[in-house]
Design a binder for this molecule. Sequence first.
Ligand code: FAD
Length: 509
Amino acid sequence: MPERYDAIIVGGGHNALVAACYLALAKQKVLLLERNESLGGATASVYAFPGVGAKLSRYSYLVALLPDQIRKDLELEFETLSRTVSSYTPARESGILINRIFDDVSRKSIIDYTGNPKESDAWERFYNRIAEFAEKVAPTMLQPLPTESEIRELVGDELWQEFIETPLSETLDKYFEDDVIKGIVLTDGLIGTFASAREKAANICFLYHLVGNGTGEWKVPRGGMGKLIEELSAKVKSLGVEVRTGVTVTKLSDNGTDVEVETDDGNFISKVVLAGCSPTTLAKISAIPAPKFRDGSQLKINMVLSRLPELKSGIDPKVAFAGTFHIDESYSQLERAFEEAKSGKIPDQIPAEMYCHTLTDRSILSPDLQQSEVQTLTVFVLHTPASIFDVNHDQVKAEITAKVLQGLNRYLKAPIEEFLLKDSSGNPCIEVKTPQELEAEIDLPRGNIFHSDLEFPWRSDAENIKWGCETKSPRIFLAGAGARRGGGVSGIAGHNAARAALERLANSS
Ligand SMILES: Cc1cc2nc3c(=O)[nH]c(=O)nc-3n(C[C@H](O)[C@H](O)[C@H](O)COP(=O)(O)OP(=O)(O)OC[C@H]3O[C@@H](n4cnc5c(N)ncnc54)[C@H](O)[C@@H]3O)c2cc1C
């Protein structure tokens, strides 16, 4: 007879682990099955280069969306650190430096670049409006889904019109004139979303990037992103969750009473199933259809450097790389790159952004490297959709990587390649992940980092759903990034699916 559980969780990403914790805290018998040998999915940290003591956040790298409430409920010792610098954008012979707290340095930098205070005044006005929105919407994320009308009433008509109804392109035009400044703002609408600023998808992505925890501040995970998984793994263990890695779930069948779970390592029966995998994978293993979604469109590059390179603009590299360093991300460059990529071409200028984890947190380095000048550099490349890599994958990957590095080198005194540390075999410490490789390694469909397209974090007035994780089976819930309000490192999807599953378990017992 197959073993019986109250809840079986498919996948071992951070959302699945969060769900497992909440279910186990409610005294349910829980089994978690992860197809890879290790847990973490897109939140893993790894020693990517042989013989090099740098534990890199291989995929995701900054945290904004994880609510304090989840950390508190689960007693997670997972610390996230503020950065002084928000971003640096090299432009013309100098650049634009914006600190996290918009101060005189930031103001002066924008004024020096644009020649007048208009854009810096607009910056402050714009982000004050966003802060107002974030403060109101963030507290709803762990509650039953509010309706669109409720959110509209909560934020007021003016904010609603500005950030929800009006395309981001038009709102940016209303506030800003400068192409580079507009681009810095726009990137938050494009991270992980292959879209034009004119599309609703950019409004949705923008909102996600700015509402996290009520502040939208992107912080550095101390110890790397994998520290979150270490904490969650210890917690599920202490709560008695049974965790099996290297086990792939191959079929889920709702028999009207329970869910039959087939795996490549035996079969189980469960009262409910929480799918921490993507909706696409769920559709492959069950009768639950998946929505259409856009290709993932990013390339992720991880590097370890012997030291930071100097910049032509003369800015201290420890300042320039401490926040987000933007290259070729002006508004017009972003829009052009999108149109080129959409038509199947490799963009002429490829937008990318990068940051140095070790300037904020050196604990990801071994003790000897901590004493050296070694630094890590993470690059997130935009508008390189999976479709571009479908033909001649390796050649296209090499071409795009070379172009991105050239794009960065334009601003450096000596090329970045000269700063790459060597691993124990003498190879340079650089790894590049395409959307296809993300799919093969951690099952992100077409490399989509949010499992599916993001949706606004509420329901339409007509929708009859409560948590945003419901499927057509009353016993199967979506518990990963593809659930409503799920994208990014937040644990929100795991929390909400656990709440929905516990309600189901209470009603069916
Ligand atoms: C390059 C990159 C950079 C990113 N940067 C950031 C960032 O800085 N900040 C941020 O907030 N977000 C970022 N994201 C997005 C974020 O990492 C993801 O949205 C989030 O981690 C998804 O978590 P999850 O737990 O829902 O799913 P995942 O982490 O995707 O985990 C799903 C797990 O399910 C397993 N699985 C799938 N199918 C099966 C099966 N049949 N049986 C068993 N197991 C299965 C997979 O192996 C995987 O481990 C980034 C993502 C990527 C790829």
